[in-house]
Design a protein around this ligand. Structure first.
Ligand SMILES: Nc1ncnc2c1ncn2[C@@H]1O[C@H](COP(=O)(O)OP(=O)(O)OP(=O)(O)O)[C@@H](O)[C@H]1O
Length: 281
């Protein structure tokens, strides 16, 4: 299986502070990878490194093909019209599919003669995504494209990105704070916490490989691998990996994606990372 993005032993620092340490992951081509983590975890830094905006101090990042990036603060020129933005994109990019971009905007009923500053937040996000897609990238990197959008607009933007993924072999790396947005669309999960990678893997496999178990305080955890545990009253709730604990007093069920993410974020020393093959992995 070929990787669209391969990160090996990555370390990034700003002056003397390390903001990413020892990150290694590989996203297979054609996947929609959800990048989650608390504020300041290093998500934007990882994305900037992937598209060449930040140089790693250690390790390497390899993108197979061309990458396009939509920044958190969509850098759209408010006084330009949508048509002028398209013309600008054509001049700036070697590969450019203006017809597809125009058709996409028409499908979204976004008028080409409207100034960008006069569009709604959702429409501006759609224009930013359309411009990125028009450069025919192999990897589309989106830094919180849905921040500031209402739930309906969020759904629309995601739906239109998924249509592109279905149509051609595009890989997407997408960061968001809203795990429920990613549950609908993502099929690969990357969890970053305080500059360290905690999880990188296929979402279905991750959900299948974990359980939420609850039981009395005194029940034994023998036979399982505890990711994190929290106590309320006399009860303990745990996220565990693999088999449930042997003690029959535990009740087990499958986790939701948000429970899986929270379980790891609560316990920064836990990790679920595949063994990567290749140099430095
Ligand atoms: N240009 C910079 N110079 C110095 N420190 C920086 C710079 N950019 C980011 N940082 C620091 O690096 C760390 C990671 O920041 P980054 O923006 O990558 O996190 P993030 O996960 O994207 O956060 P958020 O969810 O808040 O957007 C933070 O502690 C931040 O303060």
């Amino acid at each position: 299986m070929s990787s669209a993005l391969e990160v090996t032993g990555l370390g990034v620092r700003y002056r003397r502070t390390w903001v990413l340490r020892d990150c290694s992951l590989a996203v297979p081509a054609g996947r929609v990878a959800a990048l989650v983590g608390p504020n300041g975890a290093g998500k934007t830094t990882l994305m900037h490194t992937a598209v060449g905006l930040v140089r790693p101090a250690l390790g390497s990042v390899r993108v197979s093909g061309e990458a396009a990036f939509v920044a958190q603060d969509k850098p759209l020129y408010e006084s330009l019209t949508v048509a002028e933005m398209l013309a600008f994109g054509r001049r700036m990019n070697r590969r450019w599919d203006g017809d597809a971009a125009a058709a996409r905007l028409a499908g979204l009923s976004i008028p080409l003669r409207r100034k960008v500053g006069r569009l709604s937040g959702g429409q501006q996000a759609q224009v930013a995504v359309t411009l990125a897609l028009a450069s025919r990238p192999d990897l589309l990197v989106l830094d919180e494209p849905l921040a500031n959008l209402d739930p309906l607009a969020r759904h629309e933007v995601m739906r239109s990105i998924m249509a592109e993924v279905a149509e051609r072999r595009l890989t997407v790396l997408l960061s968001s704070h809203v795990v429920s947005d990613l549950e609908e669309t993502g099929d690969w999960l990357i969890v970053l916490n305080a500059g360290r990678l905690q999880v990188s893997g296929d979402i279905e496999e991750l959900l299948d490989g974990h359980l939420v178990v609850t039981g009395p305080d005194e029940a034994s955890t023998a036979g399982t691998q505890v990711v994190s545990a929290s106590r309320t009253g006399g009860q303990v709730g745990m996220l565990v990996r693999g088999a449930p604990p042997l003690d029959p007093r535990w009740q087990a069920r499958s986790p939701g994606l948000d429970e899986l993410v929270m379980g790891y974020l609560r316990s920064p020393e836990s990790a679920a990372l595949p063994k990567l093959t290749g140099v430095g992995a």
